[in-house]
Ligand binder design. Structure first.
Ligand code: GRF
Length: 202
């Protein structure tokens, strides 16, 4: 069984989708901890309701010392013997301290088809640009913003009358499906990373 740690800052609907898809009996992967940097975030409530351990680590305590914040994240994740880290609406950049503790084992989910629309408000960026297709990307995390190797993508149509919220909701449905699927592939040892190419054997 692969032990999964989820890092979230907000609503935590992806955290919830991962727990619901994975924390069943005999699943090859299980969410064992939620690490949250925002006290009071809804994700924390969801974790408590689901009986998943919670670690709250406020980034503000570390001032500008990002390495120290990362080290605290690593310590919490290691305490729970996490093997795979899933960022799910985690609104802080992670750095080398965390990445080198979990080499090629830090994933992020982004609500656009990267490399289009990286960074914040990806759905609004897609609506403003006028693209006809957007979607969701699960990728390995590197030190850039949404720049790591792509593991999986799903396309979603952008409709003429979409606003940010309408598109975000349509994308979120796919996020909730694709993220657990990718985690299961990792747990089954079916993911191989060769430079920027991620090969999935099915
Ligand atoms: C999702 O759209 C995710 O792709 C983005 O932030 C949002 C988080 O939603 N990075 P939730 O907290 O999982 O509900």
């Amino acid at each position: 069984m692969m032990r999964v740690g989820v890092l979230a800052s907000g609503g935590g609907s992806n955290f919830q989708a991962l727990v619901e898809a994975l924390n069943a009996e005999r699943s090859a992967a299980q969410v064992v901890v939620l690490v949250c940097n925002v006290p009071g975030a809804k994700a924390i409530e969801r974790a408590k309701a689901a009986g998943v351990a919670v670690e709250v680590i406020e980034h503000g305590r570390f001032g500008k010392d990002r390495a120290a914040f990362d080290a605290a994240l690593v310590e919490a994740l290691k305490q729970h013997r996490v093997e795979l880290v899933c960022l799910a609406g985690f609104m802080r950049l992670v750095g080398q301290t965390l990445l080198s503790a979990f080499p090629q084992r830090v994933l992020n989910i982004h609500p656009a088809l990267l490399p289009a629309f990286p960074g914040m408000h990806a759905q609004q960026q897609a609506v403003s640009y006028g693209v006809k297709v957007s979607g969701v990307t699960v990728h390995l995390v590197d030190e850039g913003t949404d720049t790591g190797p792509v593991v999986a993508q799903t396309a979603v149509p952008v409709l003429d009358d979409d606003d940010e919220q309408a598109l975000a909701s349509r994308i979120l449905v796919e996020e909730h499906r694709i993220y657990p699927e990718v985690v299961k592939l990792f747990a089954a040892g079916k993911v191989k990373v060769e430079g920027r190419t991620v090969r999935i054997s099915r």
